[in-house]
Design a binder for this molecule. Structure first.
Ligand code: SER
Length: 317
């Protein structure tokens, strides 16, 4: 990777990935793509170039790729799962029509492409525990439908046209920087904000609902390491299961309570999110990622909780 374009650079993943990529590859070599209304601010705006890149506008993507001689595109434009259920056509337009634009530009300009998939690419008939790398993927959500279709489309472009597409299936991502918007796993971010603000947390997901989660520093490393991996070692491309921790609301609550004993939580289950969560795996098997490109997470629940509480209490002061 020499010249990188991030589409969706001000979102939950993009805002942190952009800064991390700039620290490794140089500020001027990483273009922060954004849509009007979501302009980069602060450090992100000051540390390198930024351009309007709407994923639904193929010409805009092509122009920026040519202008900066881009060789790698991080395609991070997407609606999260709960929002996508309410706006299914827009979710498809961004997730699939948008991806097709990216893949065509990549084919014409010989770019590598990273497009995240998700635990949401599985449905209720996939094995729940130790969900294998290669198994049945029949999601019931529009988010999942776009993720599976995106995996297939990306593999097709690799096989048919030799486009270097690679991807990981992200778990719920937890970070203290940019909040997620409208995902099913968002509760695992919100709970830390309530804890640090000294508020009772109202949990929208039922006790006993286990989902894969990951701390953002591990997720960023995964996104970079997969694109830097030796292609001769990759048997899979789109998309690798990755995992680091799996918990339900009771487990994360107990992990926070260890450090903030007065913290309280009560349940008010959100039917939409609960339905989505119930259709997703409890815990993925990430053996292939470990074997094929050395995936190895650093954070577990306890080390993440300590870091989240520490960083958030400084930010919210
Ligand atoms: N975090 C995503 C969501 O909840 C899952 O990949 O929508």
């Amino acid at each position: 990777m020499k010249n990188i374009l991030i589409i969706g650079s001000t979102g939950q993943i993009g805002s942190e990935l952009a800064m991390k990529l700039r620290s490794i590859y140089g500020g001027s070599n990483v273009v922060a793509g954004y849509i009007p209304g979501a302009e980069p601010k602060g450090e992100l705006a000051e540390s390198g170039p930024m351009e309007v890149v709407d994923i639904t506008n193929a010409q805009q993507i092509a122009d920026v790729v040519k202008k900066y001689n881009v060789d790698t595109i991080y395609n991070l434009a997407a609606l999260l799962s709960a929002v996508a259920e309410n706006k299914p056509l827009l979710a498809w337009h961004i997730g699939i029509d948008g991806l097709l634009n990216v893949l065509e530009v990549a084919r014409e300009n010989k770019c590598a492409v990273f497009t995240p998939s998700s635990i949401g690419s599985f449905g209720p008939n996939a094995p729940k525990d130790g969900t294998p790398q290669d198994t049945i993927q029949q999601p019931r959500t529009m988010y999942g439908v776009t993720k599976v279709s995106g995996e297939l489309l990306s593999n097709y472009y690799a096989l048919k046209f030799g486009v270097d597409t690679r991807s990981v299936r992200f778990p719920g991502l937890i970070s203290y920087v940019t909040p997620p918007g409208g995902g099913t796993t968002d509760y695992a971010v919100d709970i830390y904000y309530s804890a640090v603000k000294g508020e009772k947390f109202i949990c929208p997901i039922k006790a006993g609902t286990f989902m894969d989660m990951m701390y953002m520093p591990d997720a960023l490393r995964a996104a970079i390491e997969i694109m830097e991996a030796d292609p001769t070692k990759l048997r899979h491309r789109n998309s690798f299961n990755i995992a680091s921790m799996s918990f339900d609301p009771e487990v994360i609550y107990a992990s926070i309570k260890k450090y903030i004993p007065t913290f309280e939580m009560e349940y008010q289950v959100d039917a939409l999110r609960q339905g989505i969560a119930d259709s997703w795996p409890n815990k993925l098997d990430d053996t292939c990622a470990r074997m094929e490109w050395g995936w190895n997470p650093e954070y577990d629940l306890d080390s993440m909780t300590r870091d989240m509480l520490d960083k958030l209490s400084k930010r919210l002061k």
